[in-house]
Ligand binder design. Sequence first.
Ligand SMILES: [Zn+2]
Length: 308
Amino acid sequence: MVPRPAYPRTILEFQQRFGTEEACREYLFASRWSEGFLCPGCGGGEAGAMHRRRLVWQCKGCGHQSSVTAGTVMHGTRTPLRTWFWAAYLVTTHHPGVSAKQLQRQLGLSRYETAWLILQKLRRAMVAPERSLLTHEVEVDEFFLGGYEEGLKGGRQRGKKALVAVAIEVRGRGSGRLRLQVLPDASGRSLLAFTQATTAPGAIVQTDGLQAYRALAKHGYEHRRRAQSAAAPGEQLLPRAHRAISNLKAWMHGTHRGVGEEHLAIYLDEYVFRHNRRATPMAAFQTLLGLGALHGPTTYDQITRRAA
Ligand SMILES: [Zn+2]
């Protein structure tokens, strides 16, 4: 397995690497054909650029046309590649999150709608990958989220709150992978369905004292249930779940005020995506642009050789 290239750690590094349309195009080209152009039609290795923007290449042998943006979120876009790369970079690395308004301002886009559309497309890439089950030891909890409304100054938040379930892996003193899901209610049936959708049978599942979790033990989980009243003074039960919840609340409140219920699931996916890739931002960046799943990783050498 070829190691993924080091992710630019600073805006300056990113700017140096992806500062021009040419550099972004070369990166896409190298992501698609790391060993040089290879025609999917005839296997030929020679091609010429078709397009003014050099995004479509035509095989000199059989005339087959290949696009470097096919299968990526940038396909068919009129927005410069640089803007997409910057947007993906900001969405991946900026904490906490980034809003369409911030994106518009930071990228100097004249239209809010462009920023919004880019963000929606990048967000779509955050939904699918989170399907594998959590394992070993998992904290499961439920909490209320939302009710944030724009323009309410101080006082109590109004608006409808959503019930959300959290599952997070225990990894030593730290946290592993995270899952979040909107729940219809806090019944035993809903909590069991959430646990089964997120956590592998046989795992140790830690919960609070809520009666509704009692069914877990009958469904193949090693259930460890503790009431907060049984905790030592100052001890917080389910510390990883609570940390994730408070970070999520800060993020939702600070960045995405006024999130409607219909968009909540999307924002939860975005939060989970970023949490689960916090140690591998380059993989996150590629997944967002639609590069990760389609093509093998590209080494830094391949990129710089092509860009040279
Ligand atoms: Zn060909």
